[in-house]
Design a protein around this ligand. Structure first.
Ligand code: MN
Ligand code: MN
Length: 285
């Protein structure tokens, strides 16, 4: 029996050397524009991860069977370009060791360094926002510029759930990327969209980024930039379940601001587990 608890992600008990999945937190929220506090999310999401049974009936799988490791939190520098470099270095180590990095934000800008290192063929993001600013409030690494920075590394970008952005951002998204706004998801249903997305991606490498504000803020209000009329937690779970079976080289869950009654962190913890279990079920058994 285990006598001592720790504050790492639940069931991430494998050593780094023996693990397939490597979790780490990036407690950074230096460029947040509306409400700050996403830096507190990694520890709160880890705490929430202890709420669940280790058994997942959907996969007939116990989380304790999966070889996952939690490295803890990155000790973040104070500027987003420096954090981008730190994340890139951390992800580079994990990638060279043949493991899959799973990052818990922090704000969305932490995604940039991971994508630069992994350079996947596809980038799929669930987000209320397009994040297509060239520069915002003095930084190219603002959390409102993530998709623009990612597009410098990745050609094929799929946006699921946007419902907020400038006219210019929407023009760019419509012209250059695969855009499935929340309205489109609600009209067509998430499954039909994921059929299409799955066919496009095929067996090519993909990075999956979940910005927590893709979900309707009336369901999960713990967000730095909340938007109503969004996707549901079940939509996000469907995205993660369907894409986890793909050739995913990196995953993140970002932009949680744990200032609510715990809904947003509990959904985040659950979705991170869904990704790990789904990827394991598809690739390791
Ligand atoms: Mn975002
Ligand atoms: Mn967002």
């Amino acid at each position: 029996m285990q006598l001592f608890s720790n504050n790492l992600f639940a069931d991430a008990k494998t050593t780094y050397e023996n693990s397939f999945y490597v979790i780490f937190g990036v407690p950074f929220d230096g460029t947040t524009s509306f409400k700050a506090g996403a830096r507190d999310a990694p520890s709160m999401i880890r705490a929430a991860s202890y709420n669940f049974e280790t058994y997942l009936p959907y996969y007939d799988l116990d989380m304790s069977e999966i070889l996952s490791h939690d490295m803890g939190d990155l000790r973040c520098d104070c500027l987003p370009d420096l954090v981008t470099k730190q994340v890139a270095d951390a992800v580079s180590r994990v990638q060279k060791d043949g493991k899959i990095p799973l990052m818990i934000g922090g704000e969305h800008s932490v995604t940039i360094g991971a994508v630069r290192t992994l350079a996947p063929t596809w980038y799929v993001v669930c987000d209320a926002h397009l994040d297509l600013q060239e520069e915002f409030r003095g930084s190219f690494y603002n959390h409102d510029c993530v998709t623009t920075r990612v597009s410098e590394t990745v050609k094929n970008i799929i946006l699921i759930g946007p419902r907020s952005g400038t006219h210019d951002e929407f023009d760019t998204a419509r012209k250059k990327y695969y855009l499935y706004t929340t309205d489109v998801v609600q009209e067509r249903g998430i499954s039909s969209i994921l059929d299409e997305v799955g066919d496009m991606i095929g067996n090519e490498t993909v990075y999956l980024s979940i910005d927590a504000d893709a979900i309707d803020c009336c369901m999960t209000p713990g967000l730095g930039t909340p938007e109503p009329f969004g996707l549901t937690p079940t939509d996000i779970r469907t995205v993660v379940r369907r894409l986890a079976s793909k050739n995913v080289v990196g995953f993140d869950y970002v932009e949680v601001l744990p200032n609510d009654a715990g809904q947003t962190t509990i959904v985040a913890a659950h979705i991170i587990r869904e990704f790990i279990a789904g990827h394991h079920a598809a690739h390791h058994r």
